[in-house]
Design a protein around this ligand. Structure first.
Ligand SMILES: [Zn+2]
Length: 324
């Protein structure tokens, strides 16, 4: 590993990655516990993603002040549209920070997204039990969906106080607008949720093959340090396991589709093997469904929350034991 010692610690808060770049990490990296980044240039800085609620984002804005007092925050880039990366956006908009995201990401940042998440916690059954468990620590009251001031498609190069920062849209992959944030002179990459380190990836948009291609792109890039959307900072050694999991699910699901199994039969019959120990293993339900949808456009497309219910059931929620 050519990483600095600070990188090896997975603790909540600010991490100095060297070369004027930082990460704000939120262990344990499971549902909603996401990471942000901070890139400084001369007299300015750029944030990569906000956090899942206003309190978490406020805590981060306070915690990074030793850096932003010298390098005022002027730009925010959202790597994708999931709430745990955008729900704090309004706190930056209030400070006149310019928000930038891919066009496909912008289209999905809506107030409906906030309300749906808040209301799903009141549901009964596995879904309600699961969301109260997973999203219980977060407060969605007062969140005003705040999209970007400026959008791009494909690639965009930003000047952050004399420093080049490259935005590379690799979505649709995990979500429609996934974007990598590359700082060439620091050989550093903020990967957003294209990388989950130590957890199970979940393919919401797909196709899975494009996510695998995004992993290959990262492996081909001149980067040393990588900050994932969830989990500890890593280097290229962290990319392989994500790529391997995705390829495994793509192969196993495709085989079962060709054998005539339906989605439920496919999910039930896949032995995760070396991936079985990863947290959030129930995400297999969505990942197999996504492969089926790609192979056959006639396969139904249930809402994300219906799928969350299936994931919850696979992980043992809904058995009446609320207290797990
Ligand atoms: Zn996330």
């Amino acid at each position: 590993m050519s990483t600095t010692p600070d990188l090896l610690q997975y603790r909540r808060g600010l991490h100095d990655l060297g070369s004027g770049c930082f990460a704000w990490l939120l262990p344990d990296g499971s549902w909603g516990w996401s990471n942000s980044g901070l890139i400084t240039g001369s007299g300015t800085s750029l944030m990569v993603d906000t956090l899942f609620d206003l309190a978490l984002t406020g805590e981060m804005l306070e915690g990074i002040r030793p850096v932003t007092d010298r390098h005022p925050l002027q730009t925010l880039v959202n790597t994708h549209s999931d709430g745990d990366h955008v729900f704090g956006n309004q706190l930056l908009a209030e400070r006149d920070v310019e928000i930038i995201a891919s066009r496909a990401t912008a289209e999905l940042i809506t107030q409906d997204q906030v309300e749906a998440l808040a209301s799903v916690r009141r549901r009964s059954g596995p879904l309600g039990e699961f969301t109260r468990h997973a999203f219980g620590p977060f407060v969605f009251d007062g969140i005003v969906a705040t999209g970007p001031d400026r959008t791009f498609t494909g690639q965009e190069t930003l000047d952050v106080g004399g420093r080049e920062v490259r935005l590379i849209q690799v979505g649709p992959a995990r979500t429609p607008g996934d974007t990598l944030v590359h700082v060439p002179d620091a050989r550093l990459l903020y990967a957003g949720d294209i990388l989950f380190i130590g957890g199970t990836p979940v393919v919401w948009a797909g196709p899975t093959s494009r996510w695998i291609a995004a992993c290959d792109l990262i492996l081909d890039m001149d980067v040393v340090t990588i900050v994932p959307g969830h989990g500890p900072a890593t280097d290229k050694s962290g990319v392989g396991p994500v790529r391997d999991y995705l390829q495994f699910v793509l192969d196993e699901a495709t085989k079962r589709y060709e054998d005539g199994l339906d989605v439920e039969e496919a999910v039930a019959s896949i032995d995760l093997g070396r991936f079985a120990g990863l947290p959030e293993h129930g995400r297999l339900a969505q990942n197999v469904l996504n492969v089926y949808q790609e192979l056959d456009p006639a396969v139904p497309r249930p809402s994300r929350y219906d799928v969350l219910g299936r994931i919850a059931a696979l992980e043992g929620f809904g058995t009446g034991e609320e207290s797990r």
